[in-house]
Design a protein around this ligand. Structure first.
Ligand SMILES: [Zn+2]
Length: 331
């Protein structure tokens, strides 16, 4: 594993970092933080950077000392990371954690617990965790991470200090893509529009060839023969966990189409041509519904196919209406 990112490398989150830096320097860290904000804006990176400072023998995250090195290797005895096992974070994981929390930390000043996807706590696990958050041993620091406080039990939220992370500005995102990730300026500009403030999303879009798939979809939606859509649904279903990213990209395309119709922004040239105006709102709802169905584990391919066929019908209808109104106004 390479060097860990430090606070200085985190872009566009000055407010959040100021709060954390101050608490760290004055040794007034609460027993639990909740980092909320859109995906891919640096929440987990920040949590890990703070942990690095805490395990470091020099308390700065030097990357060199034995504390830093153990942490970077993932073998520091005072650090626990709780990720979903299968579909969620299970009560057994919280019980195991409780047992460990009874003992004082071995090497670091605190026992550090990171829950990067706190949305995935099962109800039983959340209730069990609540007890640890209510009466935590003084040497614990929890960091829970979620997209929004809405996904968590209010009782959990109220026992944490909430730190909000913002979407990155388009400018900050563009600079980051060029300077840290070596993208050429034109690509960085396009990606910074598409990613809507999330560096994680920008990188995934560029790596996985989602734009090509989106162009293929735009083309297939306008074909009389639905066979193309069948093939596409099958291919995209194989994206599995990454499928929401594609559907979110589809939503960005719809939003950009709408802004272009209002004459608000330059339409990104790396996108397929805009969607007809009259279908944008309905189409967005359909995509949102499909995203929701994914959460309920509806069969992916079927879910996509049903979405695509509905979009195609909408699109065809819009074109017919536009043709007939044009026809009517010319007579
Ligand atoms: Zn160190």
């Amino acid at each position: 594993m390479a060097e860990m990112v430090s606070f200085e490398d985190i872009v566009g989150q000055k407010q959040a970092l100021d709060v954390l830096e101050k608490a760290f320097k004055t040794k007034r860290l609460p027993h639990a933080y909740l980092f909320v904000g859109p995906e891919g804006v640096g929440k987990e990176t920040t949590a890990k950077a703070l942990f690095l400072k805490l395990v470091c023998h020099k308390q700065e995250g030097c990357n060199q000392c034995i504390g830093c090195r153990k942490y970077i290797k993932g073998i520091h005895p005072d650090v626990e990371i709780l990720s979903p096992q299968g579909k969620n974070i299970k009560i057994g994981q919280i019980r195991d954690l409780e047992r460990k929390l009874r003992f004082v930390p071995l090497e670091a000043p605190k026992r550090l617990i990171l829950i990067p996807q706190a949305e995935y706590l099962s109800r039983e696990a959340a209730n069990a965790l609540l007890k640890s958050l209510e009466e935590p041993p003084p040497y614990t620091l929890f960091i829970l991470i979620a997209r929004s406080t809405n996904y968590l039990l209010p009782t959990i939220v109220s026992r944490t200090q909430v730190i909000r992370f913002r979407p990155l500005s388009q400018e900050a995102l563009k600079d980051l893509l060029i300077n840290r990730f070596g993208k050429i300026p034109e690509e960085a500009l396009g990606l910074s529009v598409l990613a809507e403030g999330s560096i994680g999303r920008a990188l995934r879009i560029s790596e996985k060839g989602y734009l090509e798939e989106l162009s293929r979809l735009a083309h297939a939606l306008q074909q009389p023969d639905p066979t193309f859509l069948l093939g596409l649904a099958e291919t995209l279903a194989n994206l599995r966990e990454q499928l929401p990213t594609f559907l979110e990209l589809l939503l960005v395309w719809l939003r950009q189409s709408l802004r272009a119709q209002w004459g608000l922004e330059d339409y990104p040239s790396i996108f397929p041509p805009p969607v007809p105006k009259s279908i944008i709102v309905t189409a967005s709802h359909l995509v949102e519904e499909s995203l929701q169905r994914l959460e309920f584990n509806v069969q992916r391919e079927l879910n996509l196919l049903s979405l695509f066929l509905q979009l195609r019908e909408l699109w065809n209808l819009a074109e017919k209406t536009e043709v007939s109104t044009k026809g009517a106004s010319s007579t």
